[in-house]
Ligand binder design. Structure first.
Ligand code: FAD
Length: 415
């Protein structure tokens, strides 16, 4: 039996653990803190397969300059005199063009094919989690902005996604009474799924433990021992664990793990916040993306979540109360009946590569060390398919063709 050690127990590490177990591997998951409770607990839960474009978009450089001056804007980049960060930023800005965006969109949409089937397979195998197929509205103050955005969906026709249905005026407000009158237009992605993210990681953990996968919390990997072009074990402060294969799935921390073997994985943390509310009344009937404020609204069985913001401020889980208040007030402005006090506030760092695409494949010269990170805004969406393809790579030694655009080698010579 191949013994695989996974560094990091977020949604990416846990999903990989499940898919590896299905292929007969013996799996140990090591998490520095509590598995599932970092970014994978603090997100909107959208399974956003219908337009999975990367974060760097044409025009973002200009918009981000403007946003940087505004303490309540959806994007904040803290200037830092750190060579690694500045190189990352330069590469990010270089990726803000239409040909890179289109190539990234195509690669991601190809990767995501089969997502619903893999997730349904999880449920059929007894992994219990909250999932809805009530679709998603993307809501706008101005119809003209919506029309421009909608055109992007034409690129998705080849993947079988239809252009969403546009709505406005009374029709829209009857369809979704939770929207305030400041919203004048929206488009609706029928059937697009949403999961309650904490139920998903908890469901995976319960099923993994049921089948004998060893998940160890409070086990930070501090070293990776290697010999020639093979890794042989990992070390935590208290033990050394032998491995036939090691998978780095440590989210925003993956770059730090790469350094342990001299590999440069250019990953920055893009911090965001999730605010939970008890909302018995006035809860939307489906997920809503508030386009102008860039705030995600998700109704769960147990309440309502507002989430948003992207802060490039280094590896930290500090809460920026001003940005948190901005998310809350956007919710109050664009929705009816958002409560005054959140019951819980979480932060999470999206693992971000400079081109906004995942990093999936072998690391450096090592034949038995792989990485699965960089899922950015789409980690929950991409977890199932990333895990399936990574498990195939790890157990067969052959990288599926679909992973080619996500190779860690694309950064060679840059960083
Ligand atoms: C506000 C917000 C909204 C989002 N909304 C969505 C959405 O709607 N849909 C979507 O698809 N995605 C969304 N995302 C993105 C998604 O949450 C992330 O892409 C995803 O959770 C990343 O998962 P991960 O497993 O890579 O990282 P994480 O969940 O951060 O897990 C990494 C784990 O590695 C562990 N670790 C770190 N260092 C070590 C070490 N040395 N040894 C062992 N373990 C270590 C950490 O403790 C952590 O548990 C959102 C993110 C945010 C912040």
């Amino acid at each position: 039996m191949t013994r695989v050690v996974i560094i990091g127990g977020g949604i990416i590490g846990l999903s990989a653990a499940w898919e590896l177990h299905l292929r007969g591997a013996s799996v140990i998951v090591l998490d520095a803190r509590t598995a599932g409770m970092a970014a994978s607990a603090a997100n909107a839960g959208y399974i956003a397969t219908s337009l999975p474009g990367p974060v760097p978009t044409p025009g973002l450089v200009r918009t981000s300059m403007k946003w940087m001056m505004d303490p309540e804007s959806p994007l904040y980049i803290r200037p830092r005199a750190n060579r690694q960060f500045l190189t990352w930023l330069y590469q990010f800005w270089r990726a803000c063009n239409s040909s890179a965006y289109d190539a990234g969109l195509e690669a991601s949409a190809t990767l995501l094919q089969g997502t619903n089937a893999v997730m349904q397979g999880w449920r059929d195998a007894g992994i219990a989690f909250e999932m809805h197929d009530f679709g998603r509205l993307t809501a706008y103050q101005q119809q003209s902005v919506m029309e421009k955005d909608l055109a992007a969906y034409d690129k998705m026709a080849v993947f079988g996604h239809q252009r969403p249905e546009a709505m406005h005026g009374e029709v829209l407000h009857e369809f979704e009474p939770a929207l305030s009158r400041e919203i004048t237009a929206a488009y609706y992605m029928k059937g697009e799924r949403t999961v309650e993210p904490i139920s998903l990681v908890k469901g995976l953990i319960a099923s993994l433990e049921r089948v004998g996968v060893d998940i160890r919390n409070g086990s930070p990997v501090v070293d990776i021992i290697h010999s020639g072009n093979r890794v042989v074990s990992v070390r935590t402060p208290t033990e050394q664990i032998d491995a036939d294969h090691v998978l780095i799935a440590a989210g925003a921390w993956s770059g730090e793990i790469g350094k342990l073997v001299g590999a440069r994985l250019p990953i920055q943390g893009g911090k965001g916040y999730a605010l939970d509310f008890d909302a018995a009344q006035g809860k939307p009937q489906r997920s809503i993306s508030l386009r102008d404020a860039k705030v995600a609204v998700t109704p769960f069985n147990g309440g309502l979540r507002l989430s948003g913001t992207m802060e490039l401020t280094g590896l930290s889980d500090d809460l920026n109360m001003r940005r948190i208040a901005a998310i809350h007030s956007a919710g109050k402005r664009f929705l009816n009946l958002v409560p005054d006090e959140p019951t819980h506030i979480r932060s999470g760092m999206r693992p971000m590569a400079p081109d906004g695409l995942p990093v999936l494949g072998r690391v450096g010269r090592f034949s038995n060390l792989t990485v699965a990170t960089g899922h950015s805004m789409l980690g929950v969406t991409m977890a199932a398919v990333s895990a399936k393809h990574m498990a195939e790579l790890i157990t067969t030694g052959e990288a599926p063709e679909v992973l080619a655009p996500f190779s860690a080698d694309r950064f060679r010579g840059i960083l």
